[in-house]
Unconditional design. Sequence first.
Lengths: 331, 503
Amino acid sequence: MTLRDYAIRCGFIILLVGLIAYFAIAADGFASPQSAVFIFQSVAITGVLALGVTATLVVGGFDLSIGSVATSAMMAASYAMVVLEQNAIVAVIACLVIGVIVGLINGWLIVYMRVPDLLATLGMMFLLLGLQRIPTEGRSIATGMTMPDGSVANGKFSETFLALGRHRIDFFIPNLIPVSVVVLVVLALLIWFFLEYTRFGRMMYAVGSNERAAELAGAPVKAYKIWAYVISGVFASIGGILLAARLGRGDIASGNNLLLDAVAAALIGYAVLGAAKPNAFGTAVGAVFVGVLLQGLTMMNAPYYTQDFVKGAVLVVALVFTFALSGRGKR
Amino acid sequence: MGPDAVFHVEGLRKSFGQNEVLGGISLDLYAGEVTVLMGANGAGKSTLVKIISGVYARGAGTMRLAGKAFDPQTPAEAIRAGVVTVHQNINDGVVADLDVATNLTLDRLSGKGASMLFKPANVRAEAKAVADRMGLAIDLKARVSDLSLADRQMVAIARAMAHQPKVLILDEPTSSLSSAEADRLFSLIDRLRGHGVAILYISHRMSDIRRLADRIMSMRDGVVSGVFDQKPLDYEGAVNAMLGRKIRLDRVVARSSARAVFTAEGLRIAHGAKPIAMTLGAGEVVAITGLVGVGKTALAETLFGVRKPLAGTMHMDGKPYAPDSARAAIAAGVFLVAKDRAESGIVGGFNIERNISLPFLRRMSSLGVMKKRAERLAARRQIDELGIVCRSEKDELSALSGGNQQKVMVARWMSQASRLFILDEPFQGVDISARRDIAAKLRASADGRATLIFVTEIDEALETADRILVMSEHTIVGEHRNADIDLDRLLAEVAGGPLHSAA
């Protein structure tokens, strides 16, 4: 293995370890369990979204609607509990149904209406950004709010639901691990196993690499593509549930960064271990990488507006790792 | 060698990592001569061409063009210096989304002296001039993406001609041309030869080589294994130098089959075409031959369920067979090795083992979870049986030569038992030894299933099949048992002459 191969394979992992070591020395309190948990908590929602978008990247697609699916799910959960006075289970089911429906529509647009993936999901993004504001005429949803018809919404977020975002599980130290982090880890393991070890995941990679070959090998290519968007939609709606549970209200202004952060994590994932393809492990590492970087910078008192710049720079470097150094498509 | 060579290459070397692909190649091209370069897949022909055309940097050696050092850093520099290459991959030579006229004049849109403005009228006029010189009968306003593969190839070649090159390199230019189109190309090559262009012609087709060659150079394992320029040319010697062993023309012992596996009645695959009736028996290998564009691929796709017949019925083992997808066909035991492996066969991101298991993931998994051991064993068995040259079953396909890539495609569909095994142009871009390996394997494993191959080359049919069917105008016009064949009648049927209506 040459130095170059080594750099391509392990570059990002080494960078991540180095980054952690640096912050541990430079920033007081960075190297503590609480800090680690905080990093995981901050990446939990974008991480879930990133894992979903990874599924669409695997089949050679892309999903720009994930951010707006998440915020739509958040608004729907809030509406179900605050306005319709339903319980947590109804709210969660409503969110998941939204995810499935949006995924199906995205898939249908792309597979049957032949709309290019970026454009179809971009359209869906705008559609959802508008749609989620219609029921409340643009207001955020919170207990005691006044509805458009003058009535007052008296429902409130159920405790069970809020626990999804706020409850912490004891792990050696009491109240250490938030539920959202558990959800992230479970979903990451699930999608990783699905993509790497099942025949469905294998075929999804085949579809992404050579659609015609996959079709001639007997794969229902259209179904696989649609399923990828459904997975993406469902994961995004789970992200929305976690968001609603953390905020405890349907905040119209939240979730602006979700799309870009999630896409960045998934694309950084290309570079991890020199995979040069979308993969669940890489996506998870990518999400943690962004989280570590932001948490470290915050603890070192870097101004908030430098964060986007740093994220963008990391993404560009990761893409260079993937496409230039690994030498794919060029000798 | 001769000082009067227009193009002179000395001691050219190239390695990819540990792997030395060219081990000191020397080559001379003379004005007004066609030098044919022969070599099995993996001999290093493509690498040589890519170095000459400025795609790869060379490892060592010198190149001189008309006495001056020739050292192209990019393909554009090579073209400007007067060395023009028409690559094997047709789509590299054309821009699919533009019309024919723009494609023909594409190179004048950039470079020195190009006008800032794009003048459609000028472009059309220039394109017409180029097309007329070539005898190109294609609508100049047609989009290239709407053209057939053969027409695209003609456009790519015409575009190269527009440079008026000193040295023209043609990398397997006839591999997707019909014989009429190939004849057009040959007469053009004759004309260029008359004008003093030095031509390097790479081909596997003996008929092309006999028609064109002034000199033959054979390559084997990255070195020149023979140069033949004494008239009459020693074709057999050139083939032997390329293969490094004495080839013998295997006579096929034609078998006949008593038990029908597949039957088709009244099958119509194109409007206005006569219906097709055929029966394929267990244990026999049947070849369907015919020119490019007579509907061979359409028939293959119809049998495999990815194209619907206009009329007619099919039966497998006596039961009605009407597949509506590749999936249904595979379930019924009908497998297809599709034409054009790069486009419709190889999954680029997958290694050998994953490419082989692709259609049979369900059989190689339990509860959806892949059984990696079973997958690996199946791949190893196939690598062994077909003699695929690779380091291990984990090799990427891009690391393999064309012949070995094709073996992987065949291995994919031989890894499970089939009832009807269809191969569409399985020998395209495959060297002679790989072709023999594949053909021998097909015949050796033919028991119990019906095997159907679609080939344009009659030689390939004669080498492989027990029975040969001839296609013309989307129907079957002739049938021959591969023993004491009446070649004249077969050729007449292929050509679709007067015998066609009688057949």
